[in-house]
Design a binder for this molecule. Sequence first.
Ligand code: KG4
Ligand code: ZN
Length: 336
Amino acid sequence: MTDLIILGIETSCDETSVAVLKNGRTVLSNMISTQIDTHRLFGGVVPEIASRMHLEAMNPILEEALRAAQVTFDDLDLVCVTRGPGLVGALLVGMSCAKAVCLSKSIPLVGVNHMEGHICANYISHPDLEPPFVSLVVSGGHTYLIEVTDYTTYRIHGSTRDDAVGESYDKVARTLGLKYPGGPEIDRIAKDGDPHAIAFPRVMIDSGDYDFSFSGLKTAVLNYINTETQNHRTICREDVAASFQEAVVDVLESKSFKLLDELGLQTITLSGGVAANSAIRERFQAHADGMGARLFYPEIKLCTDNAAMIASAGYFHYLKGTRSPLSVETKANLSL
Ligand code: KG4
Ligand code: ZN
């Protein structure tokens, strides 16, 4: 089979990213322009600002990605773009750009689910990874425990009933006065804290299903901080961060490996922005090693939002015959 040169485009949240891939796993370029410094001033992503910044960044990033990959528009065989889920105004910028390239070069378009992109980031980092496997997808907006049966088929076994894991990290971090996004900050300061200092609840750990709930944990942390402050006691931010993280990791580990066991599978992957978390990686690695299972997670740059993972996911759908019409629409709440 001849090689396919794929253009990937991702603009679902606050990263404008364009990548060029050869087939589904070889990255020729993966350019990411992040808006984090701007949104940090507001303590979170401001959708209107995100759309405008995508618009400004799109053409330069596109040119940079082609140049870095040493290809031209004429070399492209396929364009894969995030359709959703995400901010609708932000998604529209990437989708319009993708359609323009497809129309002018008469090449096919594949609209991609952003969450599927996160899972496929593992195919890029680990060329030998093949389905079936269990995937824990933990990002700023989503938490899913998924059985990946083949390259394009997924079965969701559990998801969050309220806050996503990344969202709870960001909210707790904000309360502790840490900068946005809070996940990496909690990860960093927790290294100097005692994970057993405060007994926060492991919500739904014994619920008997694979769903999660993180809003109760977030409230417990907020209540703890308020009580300590009212009683004029000093709060050790490192201990709060480490204890919060320990509660999160306990629940994620327990449910993920329970599913792995129930399905009789030997491979588990982490993906999404929170998969960059060092405590989650360490705990999952130890558990997998202990039972002789294989754990995969993407390199940090491929954990957070990027276009390479979108091109990878779109490639596998393309092989199965998927083609999106130029009338395809973005969908803010697109499900897997
Ligand atoms: O996947 P992503 O880049 O965007 C979404 O699709 O949501 O994930 C962003 C989320 C944010 O909530 C951020 O705080 C979290 O990933 N995150 C982390 C770490 N790095 C990023 N959370 C915990 N520990 C980290 N090291
Ligand atoms: Zn994401």
